[in-house]
Write a protein that binds this ligand. Structure first.
Ligand code: HEM
Length: 472
């Protein structure tokens, strides 16, 4: 940390293209590039290049990567009112509309006030039995020796949970359409972030991807509209799912929410609420399959706490080591590898001394913070002991932010943790998952931190003695 003021022009960063700025490097190797930025100090300046300066009509337009937790706290918490979310890719904006993820100011405050009680205390733990039941059903379907795609399995599981949370009913045959459409949406959003041309091409231009995207999302919207209409005509007493919460909500003038507003919120929670958790679980199973001693410690804890019965919400606080594994997995592979870029409304001096100009694009990346050797020595090593109480106390606050921070901190954090821990405990007491040999898994920085190829794993039912030949 430096103790003197550093103007934006004094900040440095890796060499970038004069015309295209940092984007070619970011596109080539986003995650590696962010790690290489550690060498350039607490705040790294990444010019956006002449082309974007012209388009944005902003001289010296640059992104600023924050590498110091004190600066992260300042931007996300202490002086958060000076920052707003930067515009997002057109496909992203089309999906989330005016849902809580993308709004600002008073509207956003009102939305958070509505949702916060929904994600608190007993209301969240009430979903424990549902989560465990679904995980148990999944484990029962898997035969000993079967090979599964763990990412797909976790996505279907978390989708079935979120669908119940949103609509109070089981997801049916629509699950496949939903997953396929989300995959298309993710491809298009990545393309729009990677290519200026793609981001400027309107969605009505009939490229193959645009057509698939529009068709798929219209289908999902039609499903959601049908569910809204059904509920409107037949309100069921005692419903406490998100749809009934949205029906009972009133805006500042006492008006009911429009169908459009309800749709935007449901779409937001549908996507934000299952893809991330599925991703975290997938990485956790992968890590467990590579670290036998961690797996043994985790199963020992699950056996001691849960034994032969199914886990309950009351077990969760006792699953301390399982939680350390979950947290370490979110450190190494944070599903939200970067937060939404923030825009500085006015010039701001950060605790590190760097001065961000008005209009600065501020980049906070959990991936990059979590792999900074200053806060996490030997950062690529998987070591759940980093999350013992003592180790956590020894680290600066805001060096670990898988759920963001401040007024835009993840609304579903406690739900995600409950879901993650209960799924791990339920499955770990019944099966072991072993990676199929010979797979080369690489990271892909899309909307979430994904694997470049599906991870295949072999199921070994616990109690069956011999390890499977396909397993590592
Ligand atoms: C492991 C799972 C999850 C991770 C890693 C995660 C991560 C995040 C992060 C980093 C943010 C902040 C983005 C920013 O500041 O730019 C966020 C926001 C949000 N998350 Fe999550 N999330 C997870 C699960 C969930 C779940 C289960 C739900 C809902 C059921 C959810 C709903 C939301 C919503 C609505 C926001 C927007 C909050 C706002 O802007 O006020 N997330 N999430």
């Amino acid at each position: 940390m430096i103790d003197q003021t550093m103007s934006a022009s004094a900040l440095s960063g890796p060499p970038v293209s004069r015309w295209w700025g940092c984007f070619p490097e970011l596109r080539r190797d986003t995650l590696g590039f962010l790690l290489r930025c550690h060498a350039y100090g607490d705040v790294v300046k990444l010019p956006m290049g002449l082309v974007l300066e012209l388009l944005l009509r902003q001289r010296d337009a640059a992104m600023y990567v924050l590498n110091h937790p004190a600066d992260v706290r300042h931007v996300l918490v202490t002086n958060q009112d000076n920052y707003r979310k930067a515009p997002v890719a057109p496909a992203e904006s089309r999906i989330f509309g005016q849902g809580v993820l993308h709004t600002e100011g008073e509207i956003h405050h009102r939305q958070r006030r509505l949702f916060l009680p929904f994600f608190h205390g007993n209301h969240v733990t009430a979903y424990a039995d549902l989560i465990v039941g679904k995980a148990d059903d999944l484990a029962a379907q898997w035969q000993d020796g079967t090979t599964i795609e763990i990412g797909q399995a976790m996505a279907h599981l978390t989708l079935s949970v979120i669908w119940r949370l949103l609509f109070g009913r089981e997801v049916g045959s629509e699950a496949t359409t939903l997953r396929e459409t989300i995959a298309v949406g993710q491809r298009l959003i990545k393309l729009q972030y990677d290519s200026l041309f793609a981001s400027l091409t309107p969605l009505w231009v009939p490229t193959q991807l645009h057509r698939q995207f529009t068709r798929g999302f219209r289908t999902i919207e039609a499903m959601i509209r049908r569910l809204i209409d059904e509920r409107r005509t037949a309100t069921r007493h005692g419903d406490d799912d998100m749809l009934s919460l949205l029906f009972s909500a009133r805006d500042a003038e006492g008006r009911r929410l429009s169908d459009e507003e309800i749709r935007d919120e449901l779409m937001t929670f549908l996507l934000a609420g299952h893809e991330t958790t599925a991703n975290a679980l997938t990485w956790t199973w992968f890590l467990l399959s590579q670290h036998q001693s961690v797996w043994e410690q985790l199963t020992q804890e699950v056996n001691e706490v849960v034994g032969n019965r199914l886990p309950t919400a009351a077990d969760v606080p006792l699953l301390r080591y399982t939680k350390m594994v979950w947290e370490e997995s979110l450190r190494l592979y944070p599903p939200a590898w970067c937060l939404h870029t923030r825009l500085a409304l006015a010039q701001d001096r950060l605790p590190s001394g760097a001065v961000l100009p008005s209009g600065a694009w501020v980049f906070v990346s959990p991936w990059s913070l979590h792999r900074n050797a200053r806060w996490f020595p030997d950062p690529t090593r998987f070591d759940p002991e980093r999350f013992s109480e003592e180790a956590k106390d020894a680290r600066p606050a805001f060096s670990y932010i898988p759920f963001g921070a401040g007024g835009r901190r993840c609304l579903g954090e406690s739900f995600a943790e409950l879901e993650g821990l209960l799924i791990l405990a339920t499955l770990a007491s019944r099966i072991q998952l072993c990676s199929v040999e010979g797979q080369t898994i690489q990271l892909e920085a899309g909307m979430t931190l994904r694997q470049n190829v599906p991870i295949r794993m072999t199921v070994q039912r616990l109690g069956s003695s011999e390890p499977h030949p396909a397993a590592t």
